[in-house]
Design a protein. Structure first.
Ligand code: NAD
Ligand code: ZN
Ligand code: ZN
Length: 394
């Protein structure tokens, strides 16, 4: 049994104090896990665009500071709360922002992965058990001491900290022999993209796909479509530096909107007589979503929304446009039910069905987390892996 079990742990975390304010690495206190909660030592965490969106605070309703961001990680269970049966101290786990309780009406039916109790909720900042936080600090952002103040949770996970507390529904056990750094990618980006292609769109062999936005999520869509045997994969991005990586993930044609004098969908309809079978919107831009929708073939084209839209604008379609027979749907966490389906997906990745290694473009120590945010913001990284704490034994 860990000698920290049942005790408060003092450790380092990167605390976000306000929109776009540099994260502050400081000491925080992490309470023991309560009933059906798990305390996890985070080993590696990477940064997803959704962290960037929460940090910039564009959507004011979702703001909550001070807060510990981060949702893409891998770690080791330090201790578990009362009633937790499926993981124990020493297990290797990945946190999941979209949980699975295994008991609600959604979890017990095969159709959706949006668990009634633990599905992703960008507004959520407190633990469900008691409406409190498990994080607190006694220092302000400038290092001066303060009364104990609570630090909010983020996306069911909060991984930019040496220790975090999660609901057990949001913890997935993985093979201890799996490559840990790469497993972090399954916590969000790669599962989201590959799952969107496999589970949501169900991309078939010999079909055509267009992917809008070639960050980790979009490139994972491409990799998923490649693994399914898509014949053409068109990658659309305004940052041409993404095209080199795209080739590795099976992207066959590249379109840079900046090089065009016509709308992107017209170019795609020219490239693939009439339009693609599937399109995926992975930028979070509503205008790009319209292009993705119109880039599919009338009659059967299918568009999957993956980006997170921080704007209050609504769907950029006229209802009559749906009479052309194009379909549109959203995908959270690639449609994967995390606890029941991710371990199998991890095995497939380890067998090489999906390549993980190219997604890690940078590695930095925890202290450099603000540099890692900047790399993603500048379009210079896919995933920058931060070493949050050291693995003492394995
Ligand atoms: P990223 O920043 O690494 O990649 C986004 C890419 O889109 C970049 O390459 C950028 O150059 C490109 N882009 C942006 N605006 C563009 C435009 N107008 N035209 C063409 N290209 C443009 O982000 P990511 O981590 O890959 O995440 C992608 C999106 O997916 C984000 O909105 C993120 O919040 C969302 N997301 C959704 C889920 C989900 O479950 N649905 C999960 C993870 C991430
Ligand atoms: Zn994410
Ligand atoms: Zn459930």
């Amino acid at each position: 049994m860990a000698d920290t079990q049942g005790k408060v742990i003092t450790c380092r975390a990167a605390v976000a104090w306000g929109p776009e304010e540099p994260l502050v690495i400081q000491e925080i206190c992490v309470d023991p896990p309560q009933k059906m909660e798990v305390r996890v030592k985070i080993l590696y965490s990477s940064i997803c665009h959704t962290d960037l969106g929460a940090w910039t605070g564009v959507n004011e309703a979702e703001r909550a500071f001070p807060r510990i961001l981060g949702h893409e990680a891998v770690g080791i269970v330090e201790s578990v709360g009362e009633g937790v049966k499926d993981v124990k101290e020493g297990d290797y786990v990945i946190p999941t922002f979209n949980g699975e309780c295994g008991e609600c009406r959604v979890c017990t039916n095969g159709v959706s992965n949006l668990c009634e109790r633990y599905k992703v909720d960008p507004m959520k900042r407190l633990m469900v058990n008691d409406g409190g936080t498990r994080f607190s600090t006694t220092t302000n952002k400038d290092g001066s001491s303060s009364q104990s103040q609570r630090v909010y949770h983020f996306l069911n996970t909060s991984t930019f900290t040496e220790y975090t507390v999660l609901d057990s529904a949001c913890v997935v056990k993985i093979d201890p022999n799996a490559p840990l750094k790469q497993m972090s990618l399954l916590s969000c980006g790669v599962s989201t993209g590959v799952g969107a292609a496999w589970n949501t769109a169900n991309v078939k062999e010999g079909t055509t796909t267009a992917v809008f936005g070639l960050g980790s999520v979009g490139l994972a869509v491409a990799e998923g479509a490649r693994a399914r045997g898509a014949s053409r994969i068109i990658g659309v991005d305004a940052n041409a530096s993404k095209f080199e990586k795209g080739k590795l993930m099976g992207v066959t044609d590249f379109v840079n909107p900046k090089d065009l004098t016509k709308p992107v969908h017209e170019r795609i309809r020219e490239l693939i007589g009439g339009g693609v079978d599937y399109s995926f919107e992975c930028t979070g831009n509503v205008d790009v979503l319209r292009e993705a929708f119109l880039a599919t073939h009338a009659g059967w084209g299918s568009t999957v929304l993956v980006g997170i839209y921080l704007t209050p604008r609504t769907l950029p379609l006229h209802p009559m446009e749906l009479f052309d027979g194009r379909r549109i749907t959203g995908s959270i966490f690639g449609g994967f039910k995390p606890k029941s389906q991710l371990p199998n997906f991890a095995q497939q990745c380890m067998k090489g069905v999906v390549k993980l290694e190219p997604f890690i473009t940078n590695e930095l120590p925890f202290e450099k987390i603000n540099d890692a945010f900047q790399l993603l913001r500048d379009g210079k990284s896919l995933r920058c892996l931060l070493q949050i704490s050291k693995l003492l034994k394995k």
